[in-house]
Design a protein around this ligand. Structure first.
Ligand code: FES
Length: 328
């Protein structure tokens, strides 16, 4: 489990400006050793500026172990993680990051893979494309962005994946972009879909794939897709939260989760550090497996199938007096 793994110290060895808003970062181990293994779809949780936690997906080839590659869009809003990476971090700096975490796996049993990337959401899908190509798998990447000029890794992706990739440039008007209803009309037998990109594309893709079989649609969020009103309603409803219990499978310990604390906080206070970043239920980092109890799921990142056995500890709760048994 993630809470047993030590953080990594990664040396920034190269920074490239890919587009006017996107930079890529090469990261090597501080002591020159090979980096921990990872699988396509994984990300690192960076602790920036001593406290701020931000997840960035790995974009390179998982078979390459001497460096990690990530690419980051500089965002004006938000908590400043991307601004820090763009404006402060320099070659030679050492960054603290988690071990690679993966909540966005390629489905091992899939016969065919359809990947849809929006903008900087291409990063985990680029890693997936490397793996799928090396496996000789049947896959296709649809890469959506405004214009070729602002499209990170466009040349590299075209060269590497040639007939496996289609670019969709909409000039800023989504109605001129990818035709989701056509592309997703008829899932092939054993086909799985992977989406990563901005909320609008993600919601539209999930809507257009509503008829795909359960468990075949996978997605990774870069931010919450909830509106401010929805967030407000959720915050108001949280006033009525009740205390409940969690039980740890490893030692049988039962812990109380008070009305004003999350499972994540109670675990942390008891020495169990799960990875975390958003603490709002969308990044997927703080996931835990549970084996008993009825969960009040409040995340945005798990699908119905995953929710049968997993929960996001930063937001999900249970009814008063319920005992959730966690595989921790
Ligand atoms: S920390 Fe992001 S989902 Fe819990």
């Amino acid at each position: 489990m993630g809470f047993l793994m030590a953080d990594l110290n990664l040396r920034v060895t190269k920074i490239e400006t890919l587009t006017s808003g996107i930079k890529s970062f090469w990261l090597e181990s501080g002591d020159g050793a090979l980096l921990p293994e990872w699988t396509a779809g994984a990300h690192l949780v960076f602790t920036l500026n001593g406290a701020l936690k931000k997840s960035y997906s790995l974009a390179g080839d998982p078979a390459v172990r001497d460096h990690y590659l990530t690419a980051i869009l500089r965002e004006e809003g938000g908590e400043g993680g991307s601004k820090y990476m763009h404006d402060v971090v320099a070659v030679g700096d050492i960054l603290t990051a988690s071990q690679p975490q993966n909540n966005f796996h390629l489905a091992e049993t899939a016969k065919k893979h359809l990947l849809i990337a929006g903008g900087i959401g291409v990063t985990p899908l680029l890693a997936m494309s490397h793996t799928l190509k090396s496996q000789g798998a049947d896959f296709h990447l649809h890469y959506c962005s405004k214009a070729r000029q602002g499209t990170a890794f466009a040349d590299e992706i075209e060269t590497l994946f040639a007939e496996h990739v289609t670019f969709h440039f909409d000039g800023g008007d989504p109605s001129k972009g990818i035709k989701l209803n056509e592309i997703l009309a008829q899932p092939d037998d054993g086909q799985h879909l992977y989406i990563c990109g901005p909320g609008g594309l993600l919601n539209a893709t999930r809507e257009a794939a509503r008829h795909w079989p359960d468990g075949t649609v996978h997605f990774e969020l870069f931010s919450s897709t909830r509106s401010d009103e929805e967030k407000q309603t959720i915050a108001q409803a949280a006033q009525g939260d009740q205390p409940f219990e969690i039980k740890l499978m490893s030692n049988g310990k039962q812990l109380a989760v008070p009305a004003d604390q999350s499972i994540f906080e109670v675990l942390r206070d008891n020495g169990i550090m799960l990875p975390s970043a958003c603490e709002e239920g969308w990044c997927g980092n703080c996931v835990a497996t549970y084996t008993a109890g009825e969960v009040d799921h409040r995340d945005e990142c798990l699908d119905d199938d995953e929710r049968k056995t997993q929960l996001q500890t930063c937001v999900s709760r249970a009814a008063a007096g319920e005992v959730l048994v966690l595989d921790l």
